[in-house]
Structure formats: C-alpha cells, structure tokens
Design a protein around this ligand. Structure first.
Ligand SMILES: *[C@@H]1O[C@H](CO)[C@@H](O)[C@H](O)[C@H]1NC(C)=O
Ligand SMILES: *[C@@H]1O[C@H](CO)[C@@H](O)[C@H](O)[C@H]1NC(C)=O
Ligand SMILES: *[C@@H]1O[C@H](CO)[C@@H](O)[C@H](O)[C@H]1NC(C)=O
Length: 111
C-alpha cells in the first residue's frame, strides 16, 4: 500500500539508527483520543511554523505508527481546513518518552 511504503521511507530517513531493526508498523486507531491529540499537535505545531495558511484541524483520516529505537513515530493523513478549503495533509511526528513530541514533516497531499 502506498501510504505504508511512504512511511517506511520516512522512518528510514528520520531515524538513521533504525535501519537494522525490524520495523513493526501498525495501523493507528483513529478513534483513540491519545492518537487524535498527537494529530492535533501536528497541526498546532505546523501553525506555529507558518505565517500564512494556518490550518484548522478537522479529522484524523488514517495513519500508521512504528517503534523506532526508544521513540514512537507516527504518520498521519489529516483533514484540515485552510480557511477556504478542506484538504488532506500528511504529517510525521516523533514521540520521545516521556512526553516530548516533535513534528518532522507536514505537507499537503495531492487530491
Ligand atoms: C488520505 O485519506 C483520503 C481520504 O480517505 C484518501 O483519499 C487519500 O488517498 C489518503 N492519502 C494517502 C496518502 O493515503
Ligand atoms: C479504538 O479507540 C476507541 C476509543 O478509545 C476504542 O473505543 C476502540 O475500542 C478502539 N478500537 C480498537 C480496535 O482498539
Ligand atoms: C486553500 O487550499 C486550496 C486548495 O489547495 C488553495 O487553492 C487555496 O489557495 C488555499 N487557501 C489558502 C487561504 O491558503
């Protein structure tokens, strides 16, 4: 599946140390409030980084996660509104326990 191959490439890009370890890629439960909060974090963090085109989170559409060394990495397919249109966005978030999250990538997905 395309989303899964993309995630594999990104995991390898963002976590050079992970290349020798078996990647355990899981589907996300998009109803899980914990997971939804991390997707919202991605939008909030993106909004901090841009001066124009701030987005309003609408919905988590899909995603995957994987354990990478002592972190958990997430890739999200997010629906968000830019003030005029709802678009899908791809984002990549790392979770470093305890409680540190960072946004590594945030891009609009082609329609
Ligand atoms: C994101 O979700 C939308 C709606 O389900 C879907 O059409 C699109 O293909 C997804 N994008 C990716 C990269 O999986
Ligand atoms: C997904 O998360 C929701 C909300 O926490 C929970 O009710 C549901 O059982 C979970 N589904 C699976 C397949 O774990
Ligand atoms: C919102 O997204 C649409 C579709 O990508 C784009 O045409 C439009 O210019 C964007 N509007 C703003 C305010 O960024």
């Amino acid at each position: 599946m395309r989303f899964q191959s993309l995630f594999l490439i990104l995991v390898v890009l963002f976590a050079s140390a992970a290349t020798n370890q078996a990647l355990n890629i899981r589907d996300l439960n998009i109803s899980d409030p914990y997971v939804i909060d991390i997707a919202k974090f991605a939008v909030t963090e993106h909004n901090k980084q841009v001066t124009e085109g701030k987005l309003k989170f609408e919905k988590l559409v899909g995603g995957l996660s994987s354990d990478v060394d002592d972190e958990t990495h997430y890739i999200f397919n997010i629906s968000a509104n830019n003030g005029s249109t709802s678009n899908r966005y791809l984002s990549y978030v790392g979770e470093k326990p305890p409680n540190h999250f960072y946004l590594a990538l945030f891009e609009i997905l082609p329609k």
